[in-house]
Design a protein around this ligand. Sequence first.
Ligand SMILES: Cc1cc2nc3c(=O)[nH]c(=O)nc-3n(C[C@H](O)[C@H](O)[C@H](O)COP(=O)(O)O)c2cc1C
Length: 350
Amino acid sequence: MFSLYPAIRPLLFELDSERAHDWSLTGLDLCHRWMGPLLPPSAPCAFEGPTTVAGLVFPNRIGLAAGLDKNAEHLDALGRFGFGFMEAGTVTPRPQPGNAQPRMFRMQSADAIINRFGFNNLGLAQFIENLKASAWVRERRGILGLNIGKNASTPIDQATDDYLTCLEALYPWADYITINISSPNTQSLRGLQSAGSLTPLLHSLKTRQGLLTERLKRRVPLFLKVAPDLTDEQIDEIALAVNRAQIEGLIATNTTLARDQVEGLAHADEAGGLSGRPLFHQANHVLKRFREALDPEVALIGVGGILSDADGLQKRAAGADLLQVYTGLIYRGPRLVCDLAKALAVAQPG
Ligand SMILES: Cc1cc2nc3c(=O)[nH]c(=O)nc-3n(C[C@H](O)[C@H](O)[C@H](O)COP(=O)(O)O)c2cc1C
């Protein structure tokens, strides 16, 4: 089925980006529904044994990055790609439409995307209904990450309330929960990365995690997702806050506001976050710096610009325990997932 992607891609690329994105997911769901019963159950691709990271057993190191399945609606179909883990969201407490369209732009010659979706999502209640309906989730065919954010209408000084609401509601469903404070498309959100805001936020979340662990007899690790647009000093400050709060993992990185790598290309001046190949080196720099500054037990998930086996290996060498992909899927197709899992296994047998 996946070998069809090179044939379908030119057709999809004729469409407006967001429409292509929606149609692809609808098409995948239909294929899964019609052909699924004829195929073996979807399973993570396995070229090496499982890996334990942050106390969780990952069937392989390749994950779906947040934002592709914002409402956890397509996990069964996406599970067919062979991911070891998938991250759904970003979800906010209440539904919200996000920014006006157009809000997603392909930059084909650069293997890149600019998006300014702005956390469009159906809200927590529907998100949980969708999780309940998913066989992949029920049968835990891989590790499930749930990515949480704040509503655009929530004042930034009350952001903690939104994160706590999401944490409380999703804790029973998640294997890990990602605190997303790094989208460039929600006003002031990235300000939460400053030490003065981050320390109290992490403290509140860790306290609630402790209470939930006791209540549900299960510890769900917290991962923090950061931006690539950070100075080395900011990275060190965030790392200190993460170490002190004993946050279990860090995801580096979200999309960038930088445009130096795409200067002169069509859409380069669109507002939003840039992802894909032009983000790769910047995200790797941030990842390496975090690896040096974080306590060794803090897990690192490397994301940003992975489009090939070599990129995956470089991300691992920069310090990533696990990898995530988004834009690479759009340009390289679903085969990227198992190709990456295989490349990592061959490079590091056992
Ligand atoms: C269209 C689009 C929507 C995204 N939405 C989210 C989101 O809702 N939450 C989030 O944490 N990251 C979101 N991201 C960021 C990705 O998860 C990832 O961190 C980033 O794109 C870099 O990886 P890539 O180069 O493999 O795409 C989004 C990215 C894209 C391209």
